[in-house]
Structures are given as structure tokens and as C-alpha cells.
Design a protein around this ligand. Structure first.
Ligand SMILES: [Mg+2]
Length: 409
């Protein structure tokens, strides 16, 4: 019997539950959190009362209103979600150390010693639920899964909602997994699903029957072997990605934008993306380079060095400085930015010039964007640039990001 080493917590209908916790008038009602209150967007999150009518993430608002008469639409708010995110982490951590914060509403913990006894695991789960109720609020419910590794614990978590508790052991693993669809496995999306089907795997039972070699061939990489081990219940720690040495983006300007002003706007967009990747990688940068190619094959490169940071606002200011020093009279054709000289954020030395709350706000924004599409939340100043993107939601103001707004004016 493999030990039960992983416990996974997933908040139910997180954004909608935050709204119900904040606003008593929404409690017990069908609520849909939307980017903005118009029929042309899609639901970001639905309360359980709304889910009963089939309203869920991704449903068009117009359809959702037809499916669920009386549906209350609430415009998504960044502030409360970040606040509850931190409260939830603290509440879980008061019961058992948090091993990894996997997303804005998912937390993984490792079970050790006697915690690996199923009855003890169940007790811990009940205590986590009680801690959420007492420390965060009774409208924030979670599902908890326990298994021999984090992938199976997350799958267990998804099996019973809301307020669920599920254990996947060696002796019920095959049965539990066989009831799922391929895409219920985290990491198998529509593309991988298609790939598996093309190779003759259409059900979970068929996937579970493949050996390690076959799984490797199905995935076309060692990731297949990793999935094989995980689905067989073997312990695997979180994979530490190889830290990047630098992160860069570049963009060729369309002919109509070959001027200093548009080049700067493109530079901002590139840096914004690079800073998100920097934070995701858990790194801090100590240099920023700006390269501009001009008509006539001329090239100008500038670099700025500073105390380690992952703060978008600070980096944008540095970029403005570099731009101000670049030749204004020439026509720019291509803009490239590179963040470099990384150190891991664990080695970060605190400096008086930084704002820790703002760093946390950026991280929370990254999480929401990761989950709901890259451009879900961004500074108001980027709206002009991104407004054609289909998934975008314009948050005119994000707490902590005001300086970015002012920068571009
Ligand atoms: Mg959730």
C-alpha cells in the first residue's frame, strides 16, 4: 500500500463565494461573476446555486440568463479575491504547513508521519474546513483530496464538489480513475486529448493499461513516463523547472507604428509579459536591456542595472528611462527587451525601495491571468494595446498598480 502523502485543497466556486462572503444579499442566490455586466461576455465563475441551472465558467452571459432566471451578475473585483486568497492560505497553514500554492484557490500540503494514516488525514481535512469557516468565512467552502501523490490528490479533490472529501488509495485507484474522462486529468487539455485519440486511447481505462514506454511514446516526451508513474500512484515531488537565465521578448513594428511613441508602447507590452514570466519562474531580475533596430540596419542597445526586483511598475519606469536615451530621430523597426542577471526570489535581500504589498498584488494578478487567459487583468494603460484580444477584461484600476497607470498617462 503506497502511503497517502499528498493533500490537496481546492476552494469551491472561489470568486463567486468571495462575493457571497462579502455581500450578504448574494448569499444563497444564483450568482455569476462576469468581467463586465453585458450580455456579450462570458461567466468567469458561478455560485453553486447558479451551477444547478448549468451556468458555469465560459457560458455566455446571454445564455446564462436564459438558463437561470433571476441570475445575479456581479462584476469581478480584484481586491476581495486577493484578500481571501491570503486568508485561505493562512487558515490552511494553521492546520498543516502549506507546501505549495498552486493557484489563486488551490493549495497543496504534504502529509508526513502519522498524518499518512487515512483516519488522521480525514481529521486534518475536517480541521481545514473548520479553519476556513472560522478564520475566513462560512461561505468559502472547499473540496479536499488525499492520495499518494499531488496529481491523484487533485483529481480526488475534483471528484466531490462542493464541500467534498475524497481519498484515492491503491485499492480504489483504478476504479476511481476509470470513471473519468481523459480531460479530467490535470494537464490533459483538448490538444493532448486529440493526440491520445489519434493514437487509439479514448478512455481512461485504455490509458491506464499502457506501460511506461508506451506512455512516453504517446506524449512524445519524458512527460509521458512521469504521467505513467503518477497515475500508478507513485510519489513524485513537484517538478522544479530549470530556472531561466534571462527572459526576453521582441516585436517587429508594423509600418504604421514605426515611431518612437508606438515603439515605447510595444516595449511596455513586451516588458509586462516578461515580468509575468519572471514572477512565474520565481526569479528576480537585476538588469533590463532595451534593443531597438532602426531603418537602415542600425541598432541601439542600452542596459540598466538595479537591485533585484520583479516589480512591473519599477521595471516600466526603467524602460522609460532607457527609451528616453535612445535616438529619437530615427525610425524604429523592431523592439526587444531582455530581463537578466537573475537570482532566485528565496535569495532576495530586502530593499527599502520596494513595496511588498504591491509584489503580492502582482502575483495574485498573475494567477488569475494564468487561469483565465493571459489578458484577463492588466493595468488600464495596456487596454488600448490589448483591446482586440478576445479574452480581455478591462480592469480600469488594480490596487497597487496605480503607478503603472500614471506612467503612460
Ligand atoms: Mg476551485
Amino acid at each position: 500500500m503506497k502511503p497517502l502523502r499528498a493533500l490537496y485543497v481546492d476552494l469551491n466556486s472561489f470568486f463567486a463565494s468571495c462575493e457571497q462572503q462579502e455581500e450578504p444579499r448574494l448569499r444563497g442566490k444564483p450568482v455569476a461573476v462576469v468581467p463586465m455586466v453585458t450580455d456579450s461576455t462570458s461567466v468567469i465563475a458561478a455560485s453553486y446555486e447558479a451551477k444547478k441551472f448549468g451556468v458555469k465558467t465560459g457560458v455566455r452571459v446571454g445564455d446564462a440568463k436564459r438558463m437561470c432566471p433571476g441570475l445575479i451578475l456581479v462584476a469581478a473585483r480584484h481586491g476581495p479575491y486577493v484578500k481571501y486568497h491570503h486568508q485561505v492560505i493562512e487558515a490552511v497553514d494553521s492546520v498543516i504547513p502549506v507546501r505549495s500554492v498552486c493557484s489563486i484557490d488551490e493549495i497543496a500540503c504534504e502529509l508526513t508521519g502519522t498524518q499518512q494514516i487515512e483516519e488522521r488525514g480525514r481529521e486534518l481535512a475536517l480541521r481545514i474546513k473548520a479553519a476556513l469557516r472560522e478564520r475566513v468565512g462560512e461561505f468559502l467552502k472547499c473540496s479536499i483530496g488525499i492520495s499518494s501523490n499531488f496529481l491523484l490528490a487533485k483529481i480526488a479533490c475534483d471528484m466531490q464538489k462542493p464541500d467534498g472529501f475524497t481519498v484515492i488509495r491503491d485499492d480504489n485507484r483504478v476504479e476511481a480513475l476509470s470513471s473519468l474522462k481523459l480531460q479530467d486529468v490535470p494537464g490533459i487539455g483538448p490538444r493532448m486529448d486529440r493526440r491520445l485519440r489519434e493514437r487509439g486511447v479514448t478512455t481512461m481505462s485504455e490509458l491506464l493499461a499502457r506501460d511506461e514506454q508506451q506512455m512516453r511514446a504517446l506524449w512524445g516526451s519524458v512527460l509521458g513516463a512521469r504521467y505513467h508513474g503518477l497515475l500508478q500512484g507513485q510519489w513524485r515531488d513537484f517538478e522544479k523547472p530549470i530556472p531561466p537565465k534571462s527572459i526576453g521578448h521582441s516585436n517587429v513594428l508594423p509600418p504604421s507604428e514605426r515611431n518612437h511613441r508606438d515603439a515605447l508602447a510595444v516595449g511596455h507590452k513586451l516588458l509586462w509579459k516578461a515580468a509575468i514570466r519572471l514572477r512565474m519562474a520565481g526569479m528576480m531580475a537585476r538588469s533590463l536591456s532595451l534593443g531597438i533596430s532602426y531603418m537602415g540596419y542600425e541598432f541601439d542597445e542600452r542596459q540598466s542595472r538595479f537591485h533585484e526586483t520583479q516589480d512591473t511598475g519599477f521595471l516600466l519606469k526603467e524602460l522609460n528611462r532607457l527609451f528616453a536615451g535612445s535616438p529619437m530621430m530615427k525610425r524604429p523597426v523592431k523592439v526587444a527587451i531582455v530581463l537578466g542577471d537573475f537570482i532566485p526570489e528565496e535569495q532576495h535581500q530586502f530593499s527599502f525601495f520596494e513595496n511588498e504589498r504591491r509584489s503580492l498584488a502582482y502575483k495574485a494578478v498573475d494567477q488569475i491571468n494564468k487561469r483565465y487567459g493571459r489578458d484577463t487583468i492588466y493595468a488600464g494603460s495596456l487596454h488600448q494595446r490589448l483591446k482586440s484580444a478576445p479574452t480581455c477584461i478591462a480592469f480600469s484600476r488594480i490596487p497597487g498598480l496605480e503607478e503603472v497607470d500614471e506612467e503612460e498617462g
